[in-house]
Design a protein around this ligand. Sequence first.
Ligand SMILES: Cc1ncc(COP(=O)(O)O)c(C=O)c1O
Length: 379
Amino acid sequence: MNARREWLKTTLALAAGLPLGAGMANQLMAAPMSEAEKNFFGRSPLLPPMKIRLGSNENPYGPSEKARQAIQQALSEGNRYPFQVVNDFKETLAAHEGVTADHILVGAGSGDLLCATGAAFSLEGGRILSGFPTFPMLMNYAEVFKTTWDKVNVNDELVYDYEAVAGQIKPDTRLVFICNPNNPTGTLVNPGVVKSFTEEVSKKVTVFSDEAYLEFLQPSQQVSMIDFVKKGANVIVSRTFSKIHGLAGLRIGYIVAKPDIIRKIQRNHPGIPNNQLAIAAAKASLGDKDFMDMSRRKNAEARKILTDYLDKKGYFYGKSHTNFVMFDSKSDAQGKLSQLAQQGIAIRVWDYKGMQWLRVSVGTSEEMKAFVKAFDQIA
Ligand SMILES: Cc1ncc(COP(=O)(O)O)c(C=O)c1O
């Protein structure tokens, strides 16, 4: 565990050009680890600094130029609490989403709000249902409060099985978590299916739609479940600035829901976790179409380098619509994780169906070429 903590501290500190506080590194420790990762980081000697970071689905091009300028300008407000700034930002987000500001809660990343939601719903006891594997933060946090997490496996193509999930709702299911495109599989379900599911299920149970990777789809494909919020349904939508906007290190995201749901979640959300710089950067990034288009395009190009390789070598992988790809490592995922880490390349390993899967985030094209080369030598 210590080796992993040091490794994360080193890589994050490198990213920021700063020494990293224990708080953030410890928070990352709460991120789910596969059995392979536990074994590896529990035993491994000190690792070299990670030169190629393909472990956390970050955007290698961020922050955008506009965000950087906004951060510079906001620095002089660093001595001021951001009370009014958060309120103004809620208004901006509300206008952007077509709702009123009491439908919005801003967090230190969307993960912060996933946890607050997990707490809010689990305090009532009962169960939370989701597909599996998926991004587990809300459910992991809810389990701390003794909620039961019911999981429904993705299908053979690693695609979230909405019909099967709907079939597993029980009388004491309090929340259903969906994620489209899904992490860690990267796969996408037709928005029509997700809409029908959300419409029907939200009549009985609150639906949480995690849309962290929505902007990696072409704009015409980006169908948010926010329309159901506007119709007064029991639906919560989370969005983040960590992915297409490239602001993962600044920690800012938001949820959209009916005001009574927002109040319920806010009761379990600490004070104001936002800061002046993150809000300024997010505001500048929100309408930055050029940066989003560039990130989406470069991501697709770099992702193809990886999937072309996987195709050539016959690896089975989920059809990715995101900035990561999950594939069956064929053998010894832990060994591959370890050998790549020794070369300064960070990836992740996920457990699913008694197997270990590799999840590789999409970096720049140069990084993907370097990954493919290094991976090919150890595969
Ligand atoms: C599906 C999904 N939701 C939420 C998050 C949390 O991101 P953040 O807290 O940076 O907004 C992640 C991070 O990887 C994610 O993959």
